[in-house]
Ligand binder design. Structure first.
Ligand code: HBZ
Length: 831
């Protein structure tokens, strides 16, 4: 080997000595530091580059295999990818986590410290964005050709701090110190057009065509991140688009002397990928959001057409090469954009183009809340995407003809199904566009899919029942067990071998060990150690001391009324009142841990955070409580924080109003890590209970039909308040100003909302919830029984691996198959 050859293979080598050499080299040549001067941030970046080098051979081998093979590629279009930190995950998937920990330890460093240096890419709000991240992990692990397409937001989800118990938002400057995981690909830049008008013309074949004359062009520059599968050679690509101005200066304006005006144009263009919108805000008027959606969808579809061309595949075969999945309606404009590209640019006839479009797209719905269904006001839409509005009118005309034939004379149905809402001011309905242009429509849990068919998408189901199917969500066990919970991973692997990591169903093997007292003791110790770690972290960060032997009762997720964090708050107050009434009461000690962000414009959610922190301020210091209750709100819940929290939880709170939570995925992360669930019969909770058995699940509350019936019969929350002494005392205590230093007005909006409206039925479910929590407390006292239940919960969590979910999408929607990757050698690459 020549010297250069050795350098190249050393950079791909997984051998510990080579890792050390590369690590120190990168510190020198990438960071420009030597050990004496280097800080942990330098060491993190040196290590990140060391790992990235080792991904390259796999990434190139994968790209090369995909270029030469005719396999179908999954294109997952999502406005959000909530990835979490890459370094630890890549070490695990490469199989060099332990080697690397030893290597850095020999240099006097702690791998965990280095991992925590990484600024996580928080390019998502919550479940929907995190689902996309779990899916691309599973696609790579299952060796399925796939591309994730999204937006490279310069600012991800805001950073949450607490100021006097209120949420405060700070911008998330995740790119501040650079991003070692991405590679910009300016050579594949595309142009995205906006605004202007259209005109008709006659082409050479004397056919009438439409030309779009945009007012503005923005560039989309792809930034690629390798997504390595677990213990495979497949490294797929997450391709995120950054917006740039078409010209740094508008020379026309510059020459006219308007330097500032020219620069303003540049800023306007680059705003497109500037910031992630926090959800739950009124969106219909947000022009920039529609522009963002079109920006990344158009860039992605153009990119697919470029790939098709390189491979010499005719555009007529687009759908054979690509399965394009719409992660909710945010990318639904893709239906109209693909039609435009095929008809206006590639000159296909309408019917052919429509056939290709419908065969390419699948649509996943993530919400039942009617107010969350996306729609854009017609004038706004017309202003931003004039050509697409014409295309949508044409799709709509043909679509409604079909409906008219099937449902003769049913004018109301036509009005409901139209892609244009004409009830008042007119809107484009994105869910209707997604349904019309997709061959497959799916919900994300059994109940959710049933409710879609019966309610939100009923008309579409009646027209096309064959398009509908369920795909229950899942989460990746690589990040949520192996990386987050090394102690549990070691115990399980010692017991079952390592096969479970890629085939989570194998966890069933743990059931055989439930009756083994030694195994139970080891299981309990893992949980106890994880709890001690989290307790220490909380004490360090928040100065609250915590008893690791108390029940860790955890609710982490976005803050929303339908998720009912305030129901948990009412329960805490009920326990507090019991102590006040009877100071020596024998109460099972509990630590309530909350985490989650509220949309900045969502007043009630912010007030819920304030209520929780206010309860903590009282309960945590009241000597009468004698440390039996602690209330902690952990600021800035994120993927990174989740990785500390799930492994330490005893009890998982999944207490949404039945029929409101499409699926939930946090519920699955808790279950895998051996927490028991207290939950309503909502979303995937139902399937979790089916798997673990009713005897291993704490169920409470109204069912969906009961919620509907109560709502229809005229729900009067005040009656529940009057009937239940415990409930009345709790509400009265909040209303009195006890938790707000005597200021009775502070929580009045929340209290009044519960007493007079209570749209999420907290008061109706309160007694049932408290009784169920009493059962939790009593079971917890039997430590052995609790541990058995915890083991069974993990053992029966196999269904909720995202590998299972992805295999179902591949078989039933995408028609995609695995393509194993052979590692290219240095000679292959150079020849
Ligand atoms: O998607 C969530 C559902 O609430 C949850 O039940 C489900 O498990 C999860 C994955 O299927 N939905 C979201 O997370 N939705 C958003 O984050 C969202 C983002 C932008 C929006 C609207 C919603 O404009």
């Amino acid at each position: 080997m020549t010297n250069t050859d050795r350098r190249v293979s050393e950079r791909a080598s997984l051998d510990k000595r080579d890792l050390r050499r590369s690590f120190l080299d990168n510190l020198l040549y990438v960071q420009g530091k030597f050990p004496k001067l280097a800080n942990n941030a330098d060491y993190y970046l040196a290590l990140a580059h060391t790992v990235r080098d080792r991904l390259m051979q796999r990434w190139i081998s994968t790209a090369s295999a995909y270029t030469s093979q005719a396999s179908r590629t999954v294109c997952y279009l999502s406005a959000e990818f909530l990835m979490g930190p890459h370094l630890g995950n890549n070490l695990i998937n490469l199989g060099i986590y332990d080697e690397t920990a030893k290597m850095v330890a020999e240099l006097g460093l702690d791998l965990e410290d280095l991992l925590y240096q990484e600024e996580e890419p928080g390019l998502g709000n919550g479940g929907l964005g995190r689902l996309a991240a779990c899916f691309i992990d599973s696609l790579a692990t299952l060796e399925v050709p796939a591309l994730g397409y999204g937006i490279r937001y310069e600012y991800g989800i805001f950073h949450q701090t607490l100021v006097d118990g209120w949420q405060a938002e700070k911008t998330d400057k995740w790119l501040r110190y650079g991003n070692p995981w991405e590679i910009a690909r300016p050579e594949w830049t595309v142009e995205i057009r906006f605004g202007g008008h259209t005109e008709q013309y006659v082409d050479e074949q004397q056919r009438l065509r439409v030309r779009w004359l945009p007012a503005r062009v923005v560039l989309g520059v792809p930034h690629d991140t390798p997504i390595l599968g677990y213990h495979v050679n497949t490294a797929n690509t997450l391709r995120l688009w950054k917006a740039e101005a078409a010209e740094s200066f508008d020379f026309g304006q510059f020459n006219r002397g308007d330097y500032a005006g020219a620069v303003t144009q540049k800023i306007v263009s680059e705003n497109l990928s500037k910031v992630l919108y926090p959800n739950d805000e009124q969106e219909a008027g947000k022009e920039l959001r529609l522009q963002q959606q079109y920006f990344f969808v158009s860039a992605s579809l153009q990119d697919m057409l470029r790939i098709l061309k390189i491979q010499g595949v005719p555009v007529e075969n687009f759908h054979e090469k690509f399965a394009v999945q719409l992660n909710d309606t945010h990318p639904a404009i893709g239906v109209a954009e693909l039609m435009r590209l095929l008809v206006d640019e590639h000159l296909l006839v309408w019917d052919t183009a429509w056939d290709i479009t419908c065969k390419s797209f699948g649509y996943t719905n993530h919400t039942l809340m009617p107010e969350a269904l996306e729609r854009w006001s017609l004038p706004l839409f017309q202003r931003v995407l004039p050509r697409h509005l014409e295309i949508i009118y044409e799709i709509n005309a043909r679509f409604l003809d079909q409906v008219r034939l099937r449902f003769f004379g049913d004018e109301q149905r036509l009005a409901r199904m139209s892609l244009i809402d004409e009830h008042g001011p007119r809107y484009v309905r994105m869910a209707n566009l997604a349904c019309a242009g997709s061959h497959a429509i799916n919900g994300v849990a059994d109940l959710h899919t049933e409710l879609l068919k019966q309610d939100v998408l009923k008309d579409f189901y009646e027209l096309w029942p064959e398009k509908f199917s369920n795909k229950t969500n899942g989460v990746t066990p690589r990040r949520w067990i192996v990386l987050a919970n090394p102690r549990l991973t070691a115990l399980i692997s010692e017991t079952l071998g390592e096969g479970w990591i890629k085939d989570l169903g194998q966890l069933r093997g743990l059931e055989r060990h439930v009756e083994n007292a030694d195994f139970r003791a080891r299981w309990a110790k893992v949980k106890r150690d994880n709890k001690a770690d989290l307790a220490a972290h909380i004490t360090r960060r928040l100065g609250i001391s915590i008893n690791p032997d108390s029940i860790f009762d955890v609710q982490v997720k976005r803050i929303h009324e339908y998720k009912r964090q305030h129901l948990a708050a009412l329960h805490i107050i009920a326990l507090y009142l019991r102590i006040k009434a009877n100071p020596n009461i024998d109460l099972t000690p509990r630590t309530f841990i909350f985490g989650g962000k509220a949309a900045p414009g969502y007043f009630m959610a912010k007030l819920m955070i304030k209520l929780i922190t206010a309860i903590g301020d009282v309960v945590n210091v009241d000597p009468a409580v004698r440390d039996r209750l602690k209330v902690v709100f952990m600021p800035n819940f994120s993927v990174t924080n989740g990785q500390r929290i799930y492994p330490a939880a005893d009890l998982s709170e999944q207490i949404s109003t039945a029929g409101k939570e499409a699926s939930g995925t946090g519920n699955m992360k808790f279950q895998m890590n051996g927490a028991l669930t207290i939950g309503t019969m909502d979303g995937a909770n139902i399937e979790i209970q089916q798997e673990v058995g009713a005897e291993n699940f704490f169920q409470f509350g109204l069912s969906t039909p009961e919620v509907y019936a109560l709502g229809a019969s005229g729900y009067r929350p005040m009656e529940y308040y009057q009937r239940s002494d415990a409930l009345r005392e709790v509400i009265d205590l909040i209303a009195s100003g006890f938790f707000s230093r005597g200021d009775a007005s502070l929580f009045k909006p929340l209290v009044d909302n519960l007493l007079y409206h209570d749209p999420y039925f907290l008061l109706a479910d309160f007694d049932s919830y408290v009784a169920c929590q009493d059962e939790v407390a009593s079971v917890y006292r039997d430590a052995d029984r609790w541990t058995r239940m915890a083991i069974l919960n993990s053992a029966r969590s196999g269904k909720f691996s995202s590998d299972r979910t992805i295999l179902q999408y591949c078989d039933e929607i995408w028609g995609a198959k695995s393509v194993p990757i052979r590692l290219l050698t240095q000679e292959d690459v150079e020849s």
